[in-house]
Design a binder for this molecule. Structure first.
Ligand code: CMP
Length: 151
């Protein structure tokens, strides 16, 4: 299977009407959409998703914010998609995120940074399993194969 990552438009991204622009950036780059859903994330899902952060002082606020409104969860596939997505999304702290990145273009504060992107291939696998049932991952052929270069 080609590399996959979990990308989620967070509640502030949905509020700011950025869903379309964010999807467009991933399509434009040449990645393939494999799954997508719009939902209010249940607390138990968020608790598992952010398990590694549960001792951080900002954790309660993070969960409150992430469950405050709907999110768009997506799985994108392609060559080096995990690393490339992180670059496209920009630094976790929008103050450090370069212009041209999603966060660098659309956000100013770390607690409202618009989008989530898995930070490793293993992390992506774990998160995809958390957010999606295997049957929700769609098997289809991208017409230009630009996302599946074999080296
Ligand atoms: P992300 O990297 O997608 O997932 C963890 C999130 O925790 C991160 O985005 C931020 O939204 C949030 N976060 C990280 N550090 C802080 C912080 N110091 N204060 C508030 N929120 C934070």
């Amino acid at each position: 299977v080609a590399e996959r990552t979990l990308i989620a438009v967070k509640p502030d991204g949905v509020q700011k009407k950025l869903i379309g622009q964010i999807i467009q950036r991933f399509e434009q780059r040449g990645f393939k959409l494999v799954a997508m859903k719009f939902l209010k994330a249940p607390e138990d899902l968020l608790a598992r998703h952010y398990h590694d952060l549960h001792k951080k002082p900002f954790y309660p606020n993070l969960l409150r914010y992430m469950s405050s409104g709907p999110v768009v969860a997506m799985v994108w596939e392609g060559h080096n998609v995990v690393r490339t997505s992180r670059l496209m999304v920009g630094d976790t702290n929008p103050a450090e995120a370069l212009p041209g990145t999603v966060r660098g273009d659309f956000s100013v504060h770390i607690s409202r940074n618009v989008v989530h992107a898995s930070d490793s291939v293993d992390g992506a696998q774990r998160e995809i399993q958390l957010w999606f049932d295997r049957r929700e991952l769609v098997d289809w052929e991208c017409c230009d194969h630009s996302n599946t270069y074999q080296v």
